[in-house]
Design a protein around this ligand. Structure first.
Ligand code: GLU
Length: 297
């Protein structure tokens, strides 16, 4: 007998990630973010994986990666599956960039910071940086090719107008951390202007890598700090252009390193390893940040 109430496919697993950039030692803010992801994974009955976002190969030194793993072990966070390092996946991001390039959605930009400042319109993006004035948007493609062939330093920017013409208006699903209720947030990618998707110093960017990896790793719920809330608009544009699924987002409060009145001032700017050397236990830190111990249900 066929039971119509039984699904024909097994339910897709719930997968969350903690995705730090090891360009310095981890601080309390990172600990909060990792513990938040762990708590949410437990609550949703999902897996938690660790992704090392080390596209900036000059700043993300191997010893910082090792130190970061040690800090996370000390904190007692268990990660499932294999740990992915973005620095091993430049080819994958390259394929995504190639696709956008082939569709005429990204263009080469040769501007320096000084060039951008000189042409600035006064408009700033949600991070407070000047919105790109569009200087290289309509360069002659042949000349641009010649400059690239000649070894000029080049970044590739998203043509946001062209992209939005393709995607139309977008929203994202934001989950409330307390109630788990979902709200649909209207995305405002235009506020970012023509953002960089392939940097001059590394063959990808945070935005491009993060959407490729979240899709490739089947991440169902992205938990991360509020500092990345508005960047979600860019991520939705890229997911739509690249035909990638959209995870549910859950942005958490930011733990400032030096202004949390509840914690002793002197601990403010200290890294997790400094706190540990001072004798703070992982259980104490968990409690201070509002999370129960690793062992507790
Ligand atoms: N690597 C980013 C950071 O350390 C987080 C990226 C994300 O969670 O989307 O701030």
């Amino acid at each position: 007998m066929v039971d119509p109430s039984q699904p024909i496919l097994p339910p897709a697993p719930t997968v969350l990630r903690f995705a730090p950039s090891p360009n310095g030692h981890l601080h309390r803010g990172h600990a909060y973010s990792a513990l938040f992801a762990e708590a949410m994974a437990r609550r949703l009955g999902g897996e938690l994986i660790l992704r090392i976002e080390d596209i900036d190969t000059t700043r993300c030194k191997p010893e910082l990666v090792d130190a970061m793993r040690e800090d996370l072990d000390w904190l007692g966070i268990h990660f499932d599956g294999e740990t992915v390092r973005q620095s091993n996946r430049f080819d994958l991001y390259g394929l995504a960039a190639d696709r956008l390039r082939a569709e005429g959605l990204i263009y080469p930009c040769f501007c320096s910071r000084a060039d951008i400042a000189a042409n600035a319109t006064g408009e700033t993006d949600p991070d407070g940086a000047p919105v790109y004035p569009g200087t290289c948007r309509h360069l002659d493609p042949h000349m641009a090719e010649q400059r690239i062939a000649g070894g000029a330093n080049v970044a590739w920017r998203l043509d946001m107008d062209a992209a939005l013409e393709r995607t139309g208006p977008l929203t994202w699903a934001e989950m409330n951390a307390e109630t788990l209720a979902i709200s649909h947030i209207a995305a405002d990618p235009m506020a970012w202007g023509d953002c960089v998707l392939v940097r001059k110093d590394t063959p990808t960017s945070y935005h491009l890598s993060v959407v490729v990896d979240d899709a490739e790793q089947h991440i169902t719920h992205v938990t991360r700090g509020m500092d990345l809330y508005f960047a979600t608009a860019i991520h939705r544009v890229l997911q739509t252009l690249l035909g990638l699924p959209a995870p549910i987002y859950c942005h958490h409060k930011l733990i400032a390193d030096d202004d949390d009145k509840k914690l002793s001032k002197s601990r403010g700017s200290m890294s997790l390893r400094d706190l540990r050397d001072e004798g703070l236990s992982a259980a104490q830190l968990r409690r201070e940040l509002g999370f129960q111990s690793a062992a507790a249900g």
